[in-house]
Design a protein around this ligand. Structure first.
Ligand code: MG
Length: 380
């Protein structure tokens, strides 16, 4: 039996992790946490019977405590609650699927408690990779990537030695606005941006796919996860999302990982690594697939990707600014407070205005996040 905790169980990755649990009898959920969605969390708690449940929003936690009074489940609130879920005694792996920098502290706490990490929270490595990666080494815990691209690279790496690695080729679908010009993007709506061609995901990440900021965050993550320089991390657009990413070894051999777009594969691989399990679902049909096209990403129009490389090369607190500015700008766009093109403009403005701190502590990272939010809120 493998015991797992999920932080962010009500989101897209969290729910699909529970789908994987449903179809594997040797997985048991011991703890679940969500930010606010207590209706779904209550259902999940009743179905999976974890011993610990947490809600980040204190008021909602109180409400859930009342609702789950008939169950033998401890309900916790706030950051302390997330930490309880992260360090729940029985679990051996914590899936960090919550969105935002609130994922950093629970991830560190879980590692210190000796748990392996199934990493789906992008912000953790983007903003605190310099803390997380050495800590994982020191504590001897493993970080298994759950993003499709990083899982693909991780799977490709099983084919050889990491020391023979030359470069990473991260694939991008290009999102709903591929081939559009800046002029054509001026008046696109939230609905337009939410139409992702291949993947069904949460709203925030779908907008990030439309701006290519998501790819930028993935580049930043890959730099930490696989210890590869930014000069050796390349992004290639592959509109059908069949190749999930590739690696190139120093002899020029390229290894690709392919499959239908289904996040349950990276999730299940992270939970059972190095074993593979049967996973129900569609398989690739090469006879009907036709052509696979590749393009260079348009980093002039979608310069959020270029800004990510800039933030990554500079390091320190600048990736935090990149991430935090994007996070708030996207939520303002989703609330129809700003236009689509302003998302990347805001990121650029915030990066320009920021004085980078090298090797920031978690405290300084969270302060930088707050400063960035304040800067954006005082913008108009
Ligand atoms: Mg991805």
């Amino acid at each position: 039996m493998k015991y797992i905790s999920i932080i962010g169980s009500t989101g897209s990755i969290g729910s699909q992790t529970l789908d994987v649990v449903r179809s594997n009898k040797d997985l048991k959920v011991t703890a679940l946490a969500a930010a606010t969605s207590i209706d779904l969390l209550e259902k999940q708690a009743r179905e999976f019977k974890p011993s610990v449940v947490a809600v980040y929003n204190e008021q909602k936690a109180e409400e859930l405590r009342v609702r789950l009074a008939d169950m033998d489940i401890n309900v916790y609130a706030g950051m302390d609650g997330l930490l309880e879920v992260a360090t729940e005694k029985q679990c051996s792996i914590v899936v960090t699927a919550i969105v935002g920098m609130i994922g950093i502290r629970p991830t560190i706490a879980a590692m210190k408690a000796g748990k392996d990490i199934g990493l789906a929270n992008k912000e953790t490595l983007v903003t605190a990779g310099h803390i997380i990666m050495p800590l994982a080494d020191e504590l001897g815990v493993s970080i298994y990537p759950i993003d499709s691209e990083h899982s693909a690279i991780f799977q490709c790496l099983q084919s050889g030695n990491e020391k023979d690695l030359d470069s990473l080729i991260i694939t991008a679908s290009g999102g709903p606005f591929r081939k559009k010009t800046t002029d054509e993007l001026r008046n696109v709506t939230v609905e337009d941006a939410l139409k992702h061609p291949n993947w069904s995901m949460g709203h925030k990440i779908t907008i990030d796919s439309a701006t290519l900021v998501n790819k930028g965050l993935e580049v930043l993550e890959a730099n930490w996860l696989f210890d590869v320089d930014f000069d050796d991390i390349h992004v290639v657009v592959q509109p059908k999302s069949i190749i999930h990413s590739m690696i190139q070894y120093k002899d020029g051999s390229v290894i690709a990982q392919m499959g239908t777009p289904d996040m349950k594969l990276p999730i299940q691989y992270a939970l059972y690594y190095p074993k593979r399990r049967y996973l129900p679902g569609d398989r690739l049909d090469f006879w009907s697939m036709g052509k696979l096209d590749f393009e260079k990403p348009d980093m002039d129009t979608f310069y959020g990707l270029a800004l990510a490389y800039e933030a990554g090369r500079c390091g320190g607190t600048l990736p935090t600014v990149f991430n935090a500015a994007n996070e708030l700008a996207v939520s303002q766009f989703l609330n129809r407070e700003i236009k689509y093109l302003e998302i990347t403009e805001i990121i650029e403005d915030c990066m320009k205005a920021h004085k980078t701190i090298a090797n920031p502590t978690v405290e300084q990272i969270l302060d930088t996040e707050q400063e960035t939010y304040d800067r954006i809120r005082s913008r108009r």
